[in-house]
Write a protein that binds this ligand. Sequence first.
Ligand SMILES: Nc1ncnc2c1ncn2[C@@H]1O[C@H](COP(=O)(O)OP(=O)(O)OP(=O)(O)O)[C@@H](O)[C@H]1O
Ligand SMILES: [Mg+2]
Length: 286
Amino acid sequence: MSARIRRRNVPEVPPALSAEEAAECAFASDQGLTRHHFTSGEHPIVRIEHLNKSFDDTLVLKDVNLNVWPGEVVVVLGPSGSGKSTMLRCINLLETPTAGHILIEDEEITGKSNADVNKLRRDVGMVFQQFNLFPHLTAKENVMIGQTKVLKKDKAVAEAEALKQLAAVGLADRADFKPAQLSGGQQQRVAIARAVAMHPNVLLFDEPTSALDPELVRGVLDVMRDLAENSGMTMIVVTHEMGFARDVADRVVFMEDGVVVEQGLPEKVFDHPENARTAEFLGSIK
Ligand SMILES: Nc1ncnc2c1ncn2[C@@H]1O[C@H](COP(=O)(O)OP(=O)(O)OP(=O)(O)O)[C@@H](O)[C@H]1O
Ligand SMILES: [Mg+2]
């Protein structure tokens, strides 16, 4: 009985589009909405089609559709509870979508076995608000552990990569410090180095500066900006840092109540929002 009730609450969605069809549709819909420079025959690196997610029969993501292009930086904005974290968590399968499709490089990741989920987690990195570092490991060991345990890299190779990535986030001299000996901003930069050291296809950021004291925010945003501008990393960033969004984002997506309400070029969404709710939200955080 309860199974039948639950099934009735799962929205019916069409099958995923073929790769070619999806690329054509995405190109047609996204042109003009992003600073991304499209190349001929390019496919989105992430496709979200008709994504629905419910908790206890409450739908919190309602038919979300979004494409992200290789090297694109997409900033997701929206009020508390609008479903931003849930969408990110669905993209790396920390949450299981209720209905719909998520494809990474045209490969469907929804409905996969545990082994495939582990592979996916290697391809999609995530930086959390609370850093999530191992407290008993040094900065260098935190950046090494995924490389040795998950990617099975040699210790020496992982160590060299860890030192390189720590240097890239300005922490070459903190490699042997443990998280408790680092500031929040430094810990978050270690977390970014750790994610980048796995060489993911896509890097997700969920409010990476929200837990930081104001004077530490800049250093983390500078690292993210450098990553966006100089590494070609594809990034989906949930943040309330409007300056970062305006300067660095190729596209801004505004969500409310589980729905993508509006998306477009940062200057367009910030200066001439089409939707009254977007305007109201942006007005409230200025
Ligand atoms: N594990 C869960 N169980 C039940 N409900 C949940 C769970 N996680 C999220 N929700 C609900 O889903 C909705 C969307 O939450 P989500 O955390 O995605 O919002 P958000 O946009 O990230 O908000 P914030 O800006 O506060 O981080 C909220 O109503 C929330 O209460
Ligand atoms: Mg959130």
